[in-house]
Design a protein around this ligand. Sequence first.
Ligand code: AMP
Ligand code: ZN
Length: 111
Amino acid sequence: MTDCLFCKILAGEVPSEKVYEDEHLFAFKDIYPKAPYHVLIIPKKHIATLNDLGDDDTELAGRMIQAAKHLAKEAGFADDGYRVVMNCGEGGGQIIFHMHLHLMGGRTFKA
Ligand code: AMP
Ligand code: ZN
């Protein structure tokens, strides 16, 4: 996906602050953080939105959630609590159409 910002980040064409990487996933700091800790966890495979998640992507989606759990623990706010969000489509507030999980922590979230 040449036109996708997050694919460009994966390719190293756009800089990012990496916090985690494995064979399937990449995680980096959100450029406009909405919490003291705000990281985006993305699959290396380009999937535009949650609606495009295939039946054979179930393990990949699970890996994203597991990564969020591990990063929250590593960052030290797992026990305090944190927020994991995925926006889907324009109406869901999605701006970048490469599926991603927001992991936010370091403050108290209300509603
Ligand atoms: P969403 O609204 O769920 O699509 O979230 C997109 C997120 O990507 C927003 O929180 C943006 O702040 C973030 N973002 C946009 N461009 C970049 C970038 N170049 N590096 C890191 N995060 C970005
Ligand atoms: Zn992409």
